[in-house]
Design a protein around this ligand. Structure first.
Ligand SMILES: [Zn+2]
Length: 417
């Protein structure tokens, strides 16, 4: 191993205590989507202390008009600053580390054994909401740059940290950074992948169905039409569509995933009185889109499936279900697995950790699409933490994995340099 590389890795290992303290502070600085300010202030201070050129700004809703395929964000931006820091001369090729600072709400407190915003270190893990998704990856990327500085290795090219708001609600922070001109030449998204290297991302649409019925007194329900019962054939058609779509393709990157394009009905509401036949049922859910598949193609398959089911039912044929695509729309994204960017991260991982990372694709939406589809720059997803514990009670991340990611980021940045 070259002298510079071993110096950088030693600097990463020496920063372990400080890195974990910073991560714990980030978890304590609660930053649920919609109020990310406390954690962003911490990030800004850290990046300033490191000598970065820091841009700290609040986006405005006006910027996003006409960007519906990338974003749908209605929350005000008063307490939602974005942070981007550049390290270098500002005129060279730039590698960005991108991480979202926002976290989902803690949910039912009684299911937590630890304080969701305590940032507690226990048994080699840091606990709390956002520890895994994805303050661990964000902290690791910041400390990777700090390790390069401590090792005293100068880079010809630039590095960037993007600490962004609103990923959990559609990616408004990364979108705002790109629209403001913070467009790197390549990006590593530090989402939790369990240190697997992901080169594609499935997309996702949110749907709302309104199934019509006709109200009647429950005692004479034969006079009415139950929207709950009429939802039956519609739901059956959607489950059949999910099955058909999940087996319609073979993608090596998703070989370990039972279904990369799930259709999940998340909420169902119907009726307004227990002895009245429900006159309407509203169902909402998410609908997965294959990498490379357009949102339009996916949505028309969905609509066709509903219409076909309705044509076999006299009531539904006359009272078609309303289908609305609402909220964030996550386009899918992909780069070639043999592209130079994943190869750069792969060789950094081989050197830093002694083995090549597993390859794969993300079944969930990420900000990757904003880089590849909007900014037209390559991006990969690679970070510490098991995605299966993200968004759950007692969310945590292993210290060892955060440090491992930091080693890989540092060597990737050095190779970029
Ligand atoms: Zn995330």
């Amino acid at each position: 191993m070259s002298d510079a590389r071993s110096k950088v890795l030693r600097a990463v290992d020496a920063s372990k205590g400080e890195l974990i303290r910073f991560l714990s502070e980030l978890v304590k600085a609660k930053s649920i989507t919609g109020d990310e300010q406390p954690a962003q202030e911490l990030v800004r201070e850290k990046l300033r202390d490191m000598g970065g050129t820091v841009d700290y700004w609040r986006p405005s809703a006006k910027e996003f008009t006409g960007r519906e395929s990338f974003i749908s964000e209605e929350r005000p931006f008063r307490r939602r600053p974005n942070v981007v820091a550049r390290f270098g001369k500002g005129c060279a090729k730039t590698l960005a580390f991108n991480g979202h600072i926002d976290v989902v709400p803690e949910g039912d407190l009684s299911l937590w054994k630890r304080d969701p915003f305590g940032g507690q270190l226990s048994g080699g893990r840091v606990y709390g909401r956002g520890s895994c998704d994805m303050k661990g990856g964000l902290a690791a990327s910041i400390f990777a740059i700090s390790a390069l500085q401590h090792a005293g290795v100068g880079l010809e090219n630039d590095l960037m940290v993007q600490s962004v708001i609103g990923e959990e609600s559609g990616g408004v922070g990364t979108l705002a950074a790109i629209l403001r001109g913070h467009v790197p030449d390549a990006a590593i998204i530090a989402e939790p992948t369990g240190l697997s290297l992901l080169t594609s991302q499935a997309g996702c649409l949110m749907f709302r169905l309104r199934v019509a019925g006709r109200a009647a007194h429950g005692a004479s329900r034969y006079l009415g039409v139950s929207a709950v019962e009429k939802f039956g054939p519609v739901m059956g058609a959607l489950l059949a569509l999910e099955k058909k779509r999940s087996t319609a393709r073979r993608d090596q990157l998703y070989s370990g995933v039972p279904n990369p394009v799930t259709l999940s009905i998340g909420t169902v509401r119907a009726g307004n009185w227990d002895s009245t036949v429900p006159e309407e049922l509203v169902a909402e859910g998410r609908y997965g889109v294959w990498p490379g598949e357009s949102l339009g193609r996916a949505s028309s398959q969905f609509e066709d499936a509903v219409r076909r089911a309705e044509s076999a039912d006299t009531w539904l044929a006359q009272h078609p279900t309303s289908i609305e695509w609402y909220g964030p729309q996550w386009e899918s994204a992909a780069i070639a697995p043999r592209h130079w960017l994943p190869r750069l991260v792969e060789s950094a991982a081989k050197e830093a950790l002694g083995k090549a990372p597993a390859r794969g694709g993300s079944a969930g939406g990420t900000d990757m699409r904003l880089f590849t589809n909007l900014a037209r720059v390559p991006a990969v997803i690679y970070g510490p933490g098991d995605d299966a514990v993200a968004h759950f009670s007692d969310e945590s991340v292993e210290v060892k994995e955060v440090l491992a990611a930091c080693r890989v980021y540092a060597l990737a940045a050095l190779a970029w340099g």
